[in-house]
Design a protein around this ligand. Structure first.
Ligand SMILES: *[C@@H]1O[C@H](CO)[C@@H](O)[C@H](O)[C@H]1NC(C)=O
Ligand SMILES: *[C@@H]1O[C@H](CO)[C@@H](O)[C@H](O)[C@H]1NC(C)=O
Ligand SMILES: *[C@@H]1O[C@H](CO)[C@@H](O)[C@H](O)[C@H]1NC(C)=O
Length: 444
């Protein structure tokens, strides 16, 4: 099964070179784009590379704009689709016929209350400002990962890091032996990186993908700690098959000392963010990318939204005891909510979520601009922690993003991310995920 991944990756990197011409770039920039490939995900389940993605950053950024380095790369900028979805690499087939549950009565509640013409989450939230205390949740648990059985139902990815990080993703048994995963005394799942003082090349790390897939869902992830610090690049996201045809939803992502989360979607052509205005969208975050979410049409920058909350990512998130991220994918669109530890709605704690009562989301991509069932299907949820690589390494000298007042180059005294990571294992004791639970709900 594992043997599929390396062969597929080689194929796709070649395809990406060829398809870079789609952007009308010069040969020099094609080479730059190709060398900046920063993320492709391989799903090994059933021997299929179902959610391969190959991502690029900085296609539109030029090397002559150092002042913009941080902002140009604050969001995950993904690759041209063609390299991955070209006919030669179309491994998993197109649209799934897997049944989706977005048309049942429970979701029509959500649609009528939120699917307004303006696509505004705020408008819809205020329309339901007087929720019934006795309302029962339309969302039923499809899968729950928590406690001693947390790691059942996830595949451990063991390919080389598609995002060029200096990590060695290890299998479950190796991870257990090396004490890089455990269920701790609090009953939480821990995923660490190797803290050996010095390494020659890579540090061991963990990347896991749910075997369960879903089309339309409420995904709720409760974490008390996430990896942080110079050199780290953690993410919690989901992919569908045939990237970007199946869509990608980046729920939690950032690098180094960042304190504000960034959520991003990447899709096939035809999906856009209905507005770049936070108030029009009814979101608390700020649109930081473009409004065309199509990977192949925009140099793959995707539609990114940066959270306003300064405890939504990294050290500040950890100091506050973490919190809950929720991703709601239904007929109204795709919304992401963040609740700091002391503001988690009681309905979430009671496993009977009522998103209509949650107020303003961090990010929202309304159905009005992007049909959530045409552009997204059959997702798996994924955790990883990479080190350096295209994003964390690329902004090593950058500042100006919340949390990063000083650059990691200045903070560490190391001229490159790689030099820092390889020689300072003791500084990676905070580079761990500690997850209470991941729950996948659907209406039924
Ligand atoms: C891929 O195959 C489909 C039919 O299966 C065809 O319509 C399409 O043009 C092909 N695309 C490329 C790039 O060859
Ligand atoms: C995927 O399915 C949707 C409806 O379910 C359809 O509108 C869309 O054209 C399909 N896309 C592809 C690539 O077949
Ligand atoms: C690295 O770890 C040392 C020892 O704990 C500490 O003094 C230093 O501040 C850390 N550096 C960074 C950049 O975190």
């Amino acid at each position: 099964m594992y043997l599929h991944a390396p062969a597929v990756l080689v194929l796709l990197i070649h395809a990406a070179y060829a398809d870079a011409s789609l952007f009308g770039t010069t040969s020099e920039s094609i080479a730059r784009v190709a060398t900046r490939a920063h993320r492709h995900a391989v799903k090994r389940s059933a021997g299929l590379a179902r959610d391969l993605r190959l991502s690029f950053r900085g296609i539109l950024a030029t090397d002559s704009q150092p002042a913009d380095v941080s902002n140009a790369r604050v969001y995950c900028v993904n690759s041209p689709s063609s390299g991955l979805t070209g006919n030669g690499t179309n491994i998993a087939g197109g649209n799934s016929t897997t049944s989706i549950s977005h048309s049942v009565s429970a979701t029509s509640v959500a649609t009528s209350s939120k699917g307004s013409a303006t696509g505004s989450k705020t408008a819809s939230a205020s329309a339901t400002a007087t929720p019934s205390a006795t309302a029962s949740s339309p969302w039923k648990i499809l899968e729950s990962y928590h406690g001693s059985s947390f790691f059942l139902g996830w595949d451990f990815f063991t390919g080389s890091d598609p995002t060029n990080g200096i990590v060695n993703y290890i299998d479950q048994q190796t991870a257990q032996s090396a004490n890089l995963i455990e269920i701790n005394s609090a009953g939480n799942a821990v995923m660490r990186v190797e803290t050996t003082p010095q390494v020659q090349n890579t540090r061991q790390s963990i990347r896991i993908t749910t075997q369960k897939t879903y089309t339309g869902a409420l995904l709720i992830m409760d974490s008390v700690h996430m990896p942080t610090g110079c050199g780290t690049w953690p993410a919690f996201w989901s992919n569908g098959p045939n990237w970007p045809a199946g869509g990608e939803i980046d729920i939690v992502e950032g690098v180094n000392d960042y304190t504000n989360n960034q959520a991003t979607i990447h899709t096939n052509p035809g999906c856009s963010l209905a507005s770049s205005s936070s108030s029009t969208l009814g979101i608390s975050g700020t649109v930081v990318g473009g409004t065309n979410c199509a990977a192949a049409q925009t140099g793959n920058q995707g539609c990114g939204v940066r959270a306003a909350q300064t405890n939504s990512f990294g050290a500040a998130f950890n100091k506050n005891g973490g919190g809950v991220y929720a991703m709601q994918w239904d007929d109204s669109g795709i919304a992401i909510y963040f609740f700091p530890r002391n503001q988690i709605p009681s309905d979430i704690a009671a496993n009977a979520p009522l998103p209509d009562n949650w107020g303003t989301p961090l990010a929202f991509w309304p159905a009005a601009g992007c049909n959530p069932f045409n552009f997204f299907n059959d997702h798996s949820a994924i955790f990883d922690t990479t080190l350096c690589g295209d994003w964390a390494g690329g902004v090593w000298s950058g500042t100006g993003v919340p949390g990063q007042d000083q650059s990691c180059a200045a903070l560490t005294g190391a001229s490159t991310c790689e030099a820092w990571v390889r020689n300072n294992g003791a500084n990676f004791t905070e580079a761990y995920w500690e997850v209470k639970s991941v729950q996948i709900y659907q209406t039924s």
